[in-house]
Write a protein that binds this ligand. Structure first.
Ligand SMILES: Nc1ncnc2c1ncn2[C@@H]1O[C@H](COP(=O)(O)OP(=O)(O)O)[C@@H](O)[C@H]1O
Ligand SMILES: [Mg+2]
Length: 332
């Protein structure tokens, strides 16, 4: 098989909202593939279509060679799913949750027993396997969900915002588990996230999604390199000078791409150290005061800003986390 996942013009409309618009992507077997985009970009809708939970309005998709519309049961047999909000039964133990899942997939008793030990070991939960899930921390619950998603040996595992709402240390642990199971189990992973560090750290390739459309798709390195090697950040006293400064830089061709945020201007250039004097001289000639200058390597946030004109965090990570929390608490 050439591709683990292949979509052609897949589209989902909810009344007047186009949640996913004409997306064509392919994911190779064994890849760790990321869908990176802000809240509302269409990430969950896209993977919901791939996991046969939402029917596409138009276009098509194949998962592990099976058509999501015509061969949905074969698709389901070949995938594992970890949802954004928890679907564990917190009155049962970790082991019982895994066993239940194994039964749903028709695994016999012996196979279940063996597989439960394997997946528990993968996420390092063996010691707590017989505790009631209610007593688990958020990170442990997420690990158990990942283990559960792997119970039936899926070829493709979908992870929807796998570290949403977890503290940074727990997030780092989950990252290691995800990397490890991609390697040891050879499972193809498609994860969604609005954390650029997460996509950057984990994914072989990333599709940046905004308003239901893929705006860029490549390896994290290639996405960042496209912007040039460095980002010069200029802080202006008066943000009203920004349009004029942009125009000056554009006509002088000193910077390949310029974007802005509040009173800051980002210039992506090759060989930033040598460009700084030139960039400052142009501002000074135009009588535009610059209050500070700094130089750094491009991040995926710069990539997002470049392609969409907005920062991925414009809406604030805390707000997004609250949305995740609301969904979770409503289910209980
Ligand atoms: N069941 C639904 N009914 C109506 N609109 C929906 C539904 N699910 C998602 N949407 C809308 O589709 C868009 C994409 O949502 P979603 O796929 O959840 O984005 P993300 O996962 O990237 O945050 C949003 O505008 C959202 O409000
Ligand atoms: Mg989502």
């Amino acid at each position: 098989m050439l591709y683990a996942i292949e979509t052609e013009g897949i589209t989902k409309r909810f009344d007047d909202i186009i949640a996913v618009n004409d997306v064509s992507i392919s994911v190779k077997p064994g890849e760790l593939f990321g869908l990176l985009g802000p809240n509302g970009a269409g990430k969950t809708t896209l993977i919901s279509m791939l996991s046969t939970m939402v029917e596409p309005t138009s276009g098509s998709a194949k998962v592990w060679g099976f058509d999501v519309k015509k061969e949905s049961s074969q698709v389901r047999e070949n995938i594992g799913m970890v949802f954004q909000d928890t679907t564990l039964d917190d009155r049962l133990t970790g082991r019982e949750n895994l066993d239940l899942h194994g039964r749903l997939y028709g695994l016999d008793g012996k196979t279940r027993k063996k597989r439960i030990e394997e997946v528990l070991a993968l996420v390092e939960l063996a010691e707590r396997a017989d505790s009631i899930v209610k007593t688990y921390s958020g990170g442990m619950m997420r690990r158990l969900e990942i283990a559960r998603g792997l119970m039936h040996h899926p070829h493709v595992l979908f992870l929807d915002e796998p570290t949403l709402g977890l503290d940074p240390q727990t997030r780092n642990h989950i990252w290691e588990y995800i990397k490890n199971l991609n390697k040891t189990e050879g499972v193809t992973i498609v994860l969604t996230t609005h954390y650029m560090e997460e996509a950057d750290h984990l994914c072989n390739r990333i599709a940046i999604i905004d308003h239901g459309e893929i705006v860029a798709l490549d390896t994290p390195e290639a996405l960042k390199n496209l912007l040039g090697g460095d980002v010069i950040m200029l802080e202006l006293d008066k943000p009203e000078n920004i349009p004029r400064l942009r125009a000056i830089y554009k006509t002088n061709g000193c910077a390949s791409i310029v974007s802005q945020k509040n009173n800051e201007v980002f210039i992506t250039v090759r060989d930033g150290e040598h460009q700084i004097p030139h960039v400052l001289a142009l501002a000074s000639e135009a009588g535009i005061p610059i209050s500070s200058v700094s130089l750094r390597k491009p991040t995926l946030d710069d990539v997002f800003l470049h392609h969409t004109g907005r920062a991925i965090r414009d809406r604030g990570a805390s707000e997004i986390e609250q949305v995740g929390f609301k969904i979770r608490s409503r289910r209980k």
